[in-house]
Design a protein around this ligand. Structure first.
Ligand code: COA
Length: 372
């Protein structure tokens, strides 16, 4: 068995920013047009009157201030309320693979490595733009990585679950290094016309280079342990899939996009995540107080405050549990990896950290690391 490290990370940030002010202005225009167009039906009680969103609510309820997206104009067009992407011919690299390659290349550069040092690519994300051929294989081939690749989806925990797969492959010697890449184009599955969730998501891509410790660069993070947990819940759900056309579904039908019972998710997932982290640390004879930094999933600021308060018995400082959701919003599985990417430089040799994701499934994944 080999010791395993996270050698580096890479981040692709999309070209467009949508502030809460811009988002709410577009949403409220959509609401006004909708209410005017359907005034008669609303008066008869046959159709629901829509209500304005508010910047104050969004910031107070979630902590999100803005988000990056691959396309801004389509999202902010009250007549459209979804991104507009040009369909690419099969001869061109697909969008998920394109941003995946950029994030992977950034991770390789950060570690001073090349594709020749890597034996596999796991494309781990909450949504895949097609069933096959796998985006992972497209990314692998574009990078020039030999070996194998595949796609995997565990919603917001895709990246941490893939990290366990990668760590095990390297630990057992079947690969020297694996890239875990998470292209999250969440804007394409978000119901931008639903006030309850229109502010939640943003687009991004992260990559993590998992490598044999004896091959890893100085300053890498040894992976001491990974732990995964799932338990079925309908509280975060998206029914869109290959059978939708056979069921004669409207692609814009509400259940064909992301939806959630936010309150229930909050109440159920936070205690589970805190318990999961505490139990995982205990398996290695650590306690929460031993941890220098928690790189948590980035869905909601209050969720993270709840979890760290549970763990530490007090409020965590921003250094102990850094926040990136104010800038990126919820980026599904990439959130905890962005937090790690942005906030690991000051971690000292010997210090302990925990990467933890939680989301649909429910699914929870944690990775305990110590800086070399
Ligand atoms: C989504 C989330 C931010 C909503 O916050 P919340 O405090 O639970 O808000 P609620 O949905 O209960 O709504 C509270 C009130 O604000 C209103 N409201 C909802 N969206 C609004 C908006 N955009 N603008 C203004 N008011 C809004 C609701 O109608 C409700 O009004 P009421 O009390 O009169 O019924 C929160 O539940 C959350 O983050 N949950 C965690 C789950 C998560 O993010 N999961 C993602 C996948 S991991």
């Amino acid at each position: 068995m080999h010791r395993v490290a996270i050698s580096s990370t890479g981040l692709f940030t999309p070209p467009h920013v949508i502030t809460n002010e811009e988002l709410v202005a577009a949403f409220n225009s959509y609401v006004d047009v909708h209410n005017e167009t359907h005034a008669d039906a609303i008066a008869l009680g046959a159709q629901e009157r829509l209500t304005h969103s508010s910047v104050e609510f969004i910031e107070k309820a979630s902590g999100i201030q803005r988000r990056y997206v691959m396309d801004k104009a389509g999202v902010l067009d009250p007549q459209r309320m979804r991104p507009k992407f040009e369909a690419r011919p099969d001869s061109e690299i697909s969008m998920m693979a394109e941003i995946g390659v950029l994030a992977c290349q950034a991770a390789l550069d950060a570690a001073g490595k090349t594709a020749a040092d890597v034996d596999g690519v796991l494309c781990a994300a909450a949504n895949m733009q097609r069933p096959y051929p796998a985006m992972g294989v497209e990314i692998q081939t574009a990078l020039g990585v030999q070996g194998y690749a595949f796609d995997m989806n565990v919603a917001c925990s895709s990246a941490t679950f893939a990290l366990e797969m990668a760590v095990n492959a390297v630990r057992t010697g079947s690969a020297r290094a694996i890239l875990v890449v998470s292209p999250e184009i969440t804007s394409a599955h978000l119901a931008w016309m639903d006030r309850d969730c229109h502010f939640i998501f943003g687009d991004v891509c992260t990559a993590v280079l998992v490598e044999r410790l004896d091959l890893a660069p100085a300053g890498a993070f040894e992976v001491l342990g990974t732990r995964l947990l799932t338990t079925f819940s309908n509280n975060i759900r998206n029914n869109q899939g290959f059978m939708s056309r056979a069921e004669d579904r409207d692609p814009e039908a509400r259940d064909q996009l992301f939806r959630q019972e936010g309150r229930k998710v909050f109440k159920e997932v936070c205690p589970m995540a805190a318990q999961h982290i505490e139990e995982h640390l205990a398996t290695l004879s650590f306690q929460p107080a031993d941890v220098r930094r928690f790189w948590l999933h980035q869905a909601n600021l209050s969720m993270n405050q709840f979890i760290t308060r549970r763990l530490l018995g007090r409020d965590a400082t921003p250094q102990e549990a850094p926040v990136i959701l104010d800038e990126f919003a919820n980026t599904a599985s990439a959130g905890s990896i962005i937090a790690f990417h942005r906030h690991h430089a000051d971690i000292e040799s010997g210090d302990l950290g925990v990467i933890c994701s939680f989301g649909a499934g429910y699914s929870i994944g944690s990775v305990i690391v110590r800086r070399l």
